[in-house]
Write a protein that binds this ligand. Structure first.
Ligand SMILES: Nc1nc(=O)c2c([nH]1)NC[C@@H]1CN(c3ccc(C(=O)N[C@@H](CCC(=O)O)C(=O)O)cc3)C=[N+]21
Length: 285
């Protein structure tokens, strides 16, 4: 059994990006820049945003955090985004989700210039992913999972993959990227019947349901590859959707929580920001 070390893999990615960025910035005369907008005081959001800013520091990018009050109007949030769209020192804009209920998330995401949407949530980038146009940005979590498969030489061709969860930010895009790898994908949600039966038949499981210990050892087959995208806080402790201690005894590969998919998500955000920076400095030449 191999534990897929997302933390180590993210550190390796940061080092590679730092080197490339150090080179490019000499010629471009400016650093890459990421702007993160956070609305309200969600404690989990604060931790994630802090991790993203730290990652920028590691690779030498400029970063800017814009903290807005919970009560901000959608109109004023859109004005903040517009400023960043027009700022030539900003390559990536990220609006931390979830947003307060009075704000329309889709409107806000689509107000970000598609060329700066390093989250890969903009309709244009989703469309590009759908048809395989590689000029766009891939959503960070699914892209991070694919990177893990590649680094550990886990071949997906012809494999039966079960994706648990169908969110716009994980389940749906994950499915598209797995199809591109020629896997046979089945997508489950909370209405799915006989989940355990489906798990037993799967070569690879991607769990993104947000339900602690949903995937148990008795559900999976010997040699299964398990990717745990869940982030749940149980009694103050961070845990995924997989009963790691038990399932790891049957798995060939498994990701831990923390230290698995989470750090890879941030690594892909930084990678997307570098891609945007490259596209912009090449354009202005
Ligand atoms: N616009 C937007 N983009 C996002 O990418 C986005 C978002 N909104 N909203 C929330 C989710 C969640 N997310 C995580 C990123 C890193 C870790 C991470 O680094 N996790 C560490 C542990 C962190 C901890 O201690 O809590 C780990 O798994 O090892 C987790 C979760 C990004 N998200």
């Amino acid at each position: 059994m191999t534990i897929i070390d997302g933390k180590a893999l993210s550190e390796k990615t940061f080092e590679e990006i730092k080197e490339t960025h150090d080179e490019l910035q000499k010629k471009a005369g400016r650093k890459a820049g990421l702007a993160v907008i956070i609305v309200g005081e969600n404690p989990a959001s604060k931790i994630y945003v802090r991790n993203k800013i730290r990652a920028c520091e590691k690779v030498g990018f400029n970063s800017e955090t814009i903290r807005l009050d919970e009560s901000i109007s959608e109109e004023n949030l859109l004005l903040e985004i517009e400023k960043l769209n027009n700022d030539d020192n900003i390559d990536g804009i990220l609006v931390q989700l979830p947003l307060p209920k009075h704000i329309n998330e889709l409107e806000v995401i689509n107000a970000i210039s598609a060329e700066k949407d390093v989250d890969g949530f903009h309709t244009t980038n989703i469309g590009k992913m759908m048809i395989g146009d590689e000029t766009g940005f891939l959503p960070c979590t699914p892209a991070g999972v694919i990177q893990m498969f590649e680094e550990y030489n886990i071949d997906l061709e012809g494999k039966d993959v079960l994706v648990i969860g169908q969110s716009n930010i994980v389940g749906k895009p994950m499915t598209l990227l797995l199809i591109k790898k020629r896997a046979t994908v089945q997508v489950c949600n909370s209405k799915t019947k006989n989940l355990s039966e489906k798990l037993q038949k799967s070569d690879v499981v991607v769990a993104a349901a947000g339900s602690p210990k949903l995937v148990k050892a008795s559900d999976v087959k010997e040699g299964v590859v398990v990717i745990d995208v869940g982030i749940n806080r149980v009694d103050g402790k961070l845990c995924g959707d997989v009963d790691f201690d038990e399932v790891s005894k049957k798995a060939s590969f498994i990701t831990p929580v923390p230290g698995g998919v989470g750090p890879m998500t941030i690594a892909m955000l930084i990678k997307n920001t570098l891609k945007s920076y490259k596209q912009k400095i090449n354009k202005s030449k």
